[in-house]
Write a protein that binds this ligand. Structure first.
Ligand SMILES: [Zn+2]
Length: 211
């Protein structure tokens, strides 16, 4: 979401494969660039999107034209998001905890990779339908930790993710759980297990993520 001069915001939803890039307008054209904007400093902002699931909108305060955005939960680092707030939000639904995270309504910004990582770190079963107060506290801490570390490592590049300068992240080398099914749990050495939770591929530790 980028603020514009007239107070509105340019909103870019990356979808599955979208990449935002800042480069030089004289640079080589990319056949998968779907939209681009010339910036005041002479640079160019481009949206590259191979599968075209991305969305672009210019919005004021009314976010209702983008329903997924209008229903987004609080930012993960919002100080108003306390363990109590997260616990109450999770309690208001009987959906599985991982599904609630991916729906972006209890907290924004946690996708499949970071959900698996945070649930593993919080020792919480991805399929759990009830979350205790202490578990919600652990989960919030874990979400903030895994996101901070992901940002520190420049993101997780498995296939598509790129930073705005086109560089790849290194967080994929720091994952404890996601994508490691069949390998030992870094905490207890049990074999990490792959399953499907409400249609999403999931990895968890059958020993230390019981609750
Ligand atoms: Zn374990």
């Amino acid at each position: 979401m980028l603020p514009l001069d007239d107070g509105r915001r340019l909103v870019i939803h990356l979808g599955m494969t979208g990449q935002v890039r800042v480069d030089n307008p004289a640079g080589a054209a990319d056949p998968y660039d779907r939209a681009w904007w010339n910036l005041d400093d002479g640079g160019r902002l481009a949206l590259r999107d191979v599968r075209r699931f991305g969305r672009v909108a210019v919005l004021g305060d009314d976010l209702s034209p983008l329903p997924t955005l209008a229903s987004l939960g609080p930012e993960p680092f919002d100080p108003d998001l306390t363990p109590e707030v997260l616990w109450k939000a999770l309690r208001s639904s009987t959906q599985r905890v991982k599904t609630q995270l991916l729906a972006q309504r209890v907290v924004a910004g946690v996708g499949n990779i970071y959900a698996d990582e945070a649930l593993w770190r919080a020792r919480l079963h991805p399929g759990a339908r009830t979350v205790s107060r202490p578990a919600a506290q652990r989960l919030l801490t874990a979400i903030r930790e895994v996101l901070s570390e992901g940002i520190e490592h420049g993101g997780t590049t498995l296939r598509d993710y790129r930073a705005v300068d086109g560089s790849t992240g290194t967080n994929q080398h720091h994952l404890d759980c996601y994508g490691r099914a069949g390998q030992p749990c870094p905490r207890c050495s049990a074999t990490l297990r792959r399953s499907v939770v409400d249609g999403r591929g999931t990895t968890h530790c059958p020993t230390c993520q019981r609750a």
